[in-house]
Design a protein around this ligand. Sequence first.
Ligand SMILES: Nc1ncnc2c1ncn2[C@@H]1O[C@H](COP(=O)(O)OP(=O)(O)OP(=O)(O)O)[C@@H](O)[C@H]1O
Length: 342
Amino acid sequence: MPPAIETVDLVKEYGDLRALQELSLTVEEGEFFGLLGPNGAGKTTFINTLVGLVRKTGGEARVFGYDVEDEYQQARDAIGLAPQEFNVDRFFPIKEVLMHKAGYHGIPTAEAADRADEALKRVGIYDKRHERFDWLSGGMKRRLLLARALVTDPDLLILDEPTAGVDVQLRHDLWELVTELNEEGTTILLTTHYIEEAERLCDRVAIVNEGRKVTVATPDELKGRGTDTVDVRLESPPATAPDLGPYAHETTLSGDRLEVRVDDGGSTAPRLLNDLEASGYEIADLEISRTSLEEIFVDLTERDDRTVTRSSVESGDDSDGDGGRDTATSGEERTREQEGVA
Ligand SMILES: Nc1ncnc2c1ncn2[C@@H]1O[C@H](COP(=O)(O)OP(=O)(O)OP(=O)(O)O)[C@@H](O)[C@H]1O
């Protein structure tokens, strides 16, 4: 079976701007894969290339072995996309929105109606099926985007910041639902600013920055690359920080607290304690803090205007809007988007 997503040296230029720079990524079938990166890193461009909303400038992109341009329909039929922006026809009852979507993918009307009901039940807004999109709350709109992505029963579900701006309850509901879908065999590509979300859900994550792949790893591997801090409280602190072995990358003493940066806090702490005790220090307390994925992410993508959020605080990125973007979008790209084919 070919990979769910395979890109080789993928390039996208918008005029002078290289939004994707030789980006090669492989997502295996059945994976829950996270795409992380600061604002403007190229995540949405990557997704839009896969679903045919953006025409690549160079390189290759395949979905389950189908070339996203030469075999557009086969590739597109395998994907369910819940986009970042609400690109939904506002004037139709939401059940019809879902039926139209199924229709684009060649699903007959009666079956489309059943699938629409099923998808709306699955995301928990079946009782709203006769209402228009505009009348839904923000959280329900997010649920609807997911239902629309599910109505074609896709093998690859792409979620572009699905929990941006939703409340904690809905975030947890969505996490549960996408975990279930993944367990049922759906491959998932998720972009998110919430590090906690990637850590909790993803088998592997790719960190991208300025259109380039920085790294691909499991969340645990990534965390393993950071340094931990062992925080020791000393009974009778010395005037200056003690000299420790080369395992201590940095040693800072403030009052009775000695902070030591090491590669792996769990395995280094006993040695550190021994060394301190052998030098005559009495230890009152010890605490190890692991580097968070967020810190690693920031290290890897360091920029002045980065936007990374850890909690349920809105990242504010929704406001980057569409202003000016369409100028670089071809007529065909725009038409597909407006038709809700995305
Ligand atoms: N249609 C377009 N025309 C011109 N520039 C564009 C267009 N779409 C995206 N860009 C630019 O390409 C770069 C990558 O944008 P993209 O939206 O893919 O990033 P992103 O990682 O999804 O960001 P965010 O996290 O803010 O959604 C940015 O510099 C953006 O301004």
